[in-house]
Design a binder for this molecule. Structure first.
Ligand SMILES: Nc1ncnc2c1ncn2[C@@H]1O[C@H](COP(=O)(O)OP(=O)(O)O)[C@@H](O)[C@H]1O
Ligand SMILES: [Mg+2]
Length: 458
């Protein structure tokens, strides 16, 4: 009987703890990591470091000096030496540790063993990043950070930079218009493209930037952001009027830069500029970001007359993509497919869009259109995105690397609210004034009478 009570007394709380831990792990992985996962993984890593490195073939033979010293002191057999490690640095999502490579090792050796390391230390994933020659950083991620995306609280964001999504190694993915001026975002319908655009617009709204939208789905995606938009075209006819105005604006800006260059023959080198960023602040025109949702709608034609208009629009888009950067005009193009079948000029326009993000696609050909020139593995990764995870995408970067990213959820109401709050920042661009979308007047929240009613008889 007393055995049974003891069992109940000890077993009950243990079972409750175990159950609680399992529940926390499934429902609140971040809290679980900070309280249970982190200490467990730290102990595991520290206690098994040498043997795991040896089992993964990441050790090197000891130096002769070490062998002699060990023989003289202990007479024991000398084991191969693992790379020297730095301090463990815990984070809210994982652990970081720096390793000094032994002679003859390279970061790729560690990258090839990440799967083995992750199983040995019981973490969700391990990533390797070179820090400087001879030093790498192992980033251990404790749980699947892309399941419920939470952006890190402290992100260094600057002008024309928007932290738009989270990478699978828990670092933020920042869309930086100054380094990657134009971007193409592809994905099947319901894959999360418009959510991506929504984040960009909400992120740029508080910055002194002109936002221009072309949304040929009658404006259903971009119209809610009307208060902050400088111009909005909701069908191909309007787009055909808007694009030449943007090209004209670009040409004017080039004239401005040229005028600056020709100021005086003796102008010092650093004051001669070839883009708007070199202009003095009071003369510098505001940057313009052009969002195009469902680009294929611009290309599709029904009649011969439409075809002319299409060709003109494509040419104008190509010109904006080719010359826009120096004039501070950036393109953000979204579509389901972007191949040669869209017609003349489509592949040429695609080649101008440096940044690539590919959401879930229905066929390999679509993924190749976005990522084919970056890496074959990136195409494979894009093809294996599950429909249950909208917003998950593969982002290629110019260095040939790629990573999985996912946007956090942002409701249309919240994004529209942000645009409404920053409506005062819409810059003054007279050329775009005719395209300024009409902003629906909001009903006052509490319709309070202006004058207090006085009873007739007092
Ligand atoms: N990162 C995300 N997290 C959660 N839900 C998302 C995410 N991205 C998109 N969704 C949801 O997926 C659906 C499709 O997204 P949407 O951006 O409209 O796709 P698309 O424009 O590619 O058709 C929407 O209901 C949206 O709320
Ligand atoms: Mg969409």
């Amino acid at each position: 009987m007393s055995d049974l009570t003891t069992l109940l007394e000890v077993g009950g709380p243990v079972a409750a703890l175990g159950g609680g831990a399992a529940y926390a792990r499934a429902k609140h992985p971040a809290a679980y990591w900070s309280t249970v996962g982190l200490p467990v993984s730290t102990v595991r890593l520290l206690s098994t470091y040498g043997s795991v490195m040896e089992a993964c073939g990441l050790t090197v033979a000891p130096s002769r000096l070490r062998v002699l010293a060990a023989r003289a002191m202990t007479r024991r057999e000398v084991r191969p030496v693992p790379p020297r490690r730095g301090l463990l640095r815990p984070t809210t999502t994982g652990l970081r540790i720096r390793l000094r490579l032994a002679p003859g090792q390279e970061p790729a050796d560690f990258a090839a063993s990440t799967e083995r390391l992750r199983h040995a230390w019981g973490v969700h994933a391990v990533y390797v990043t070179p820090v400087k020659p001879g030093v790498i950083e192992l980033r251990l991620v404790g749980y699947d950070v892309l399941r419920r995306v939470r952006m890190p609280r402290k992100i260094a964001d600057g002008f024309l930079q928007v932290p738009v999504a989270l990478r699978e190694d828990a670092t933020p993915f920042v869309r930086d218009y100054r380094t990657i001026p134009h971007q193409l975002t592809l994905g099947a319908t319901l894959s999360g493209k418009s959510m991506y655009l929504r984040h960009l617009i909400a992120g740029l709204a508080p910055q002194p930037v002109a936002l221009v939208g072309i949304d040929c789905k009658r404006g259903v995606e971009l119209a809610p952001f009307a208060p902050r938009l400088s111009a909005l075209a909701t069908d191909p006819e309007q787009a055909a009027e808007l694009l030449p105005v943007l090209v004209k604006e670009m040409e004017d800006r080039y004239d401005l830069i040229k005028a600056r260059q020709g100021i005086a023959p003796g102008t010092p080198d650093e004051e001669i500029t070839s883009d708007i960023w070199g202009l003095p602040e009071h003369k510098r025109p505001v940057p313009v970001v052009l969002f195009v949702d469902e680009v294929a709608e611009l290309f599709l034609v029904a009649t011969k007359k439409d075809e002319e208009r299409r060709d003109e629009m494509v040419t104008q888009l190509i010109r904006l993509a080719q010359l826009g950067r120096a004039a501070g005009i950036y393109l953000e193009v979204c579509g389901q497919r972007f191949g040669a079948e869209l017609g003349k000029g489509a592949t040429m326009l695609r080649a101008q869009l440096t940044g690539r993000v590919c959401h879930r696609v229905n066929d390999e050909a679509s993924a190749k259109m976005a990522l084919g020139d970056i890496a074959p593995e990136a195409v494979m990764a894009a093809c294996s995105i599950a429909p249950e995870r909208p917003g998950l995408a593969v982002a290629g970067d110019t260095s040939g690397g790629w990573s999985r990213i996912r946007t956090p959820y942002l409701s249309l109401t919240d994004a529209a609210e942000t645009c409404h709050a920053w409506a005062g920042l819409v810059p003054d661009l007279p050329a775009l004034e005719p395209f300024r979308p009409a902003v629906p007047v909001r009903p006052a929240e509490h319709a309070a009478p202006v004058v207090l009613p006085h009873p007739v008889t007092d």
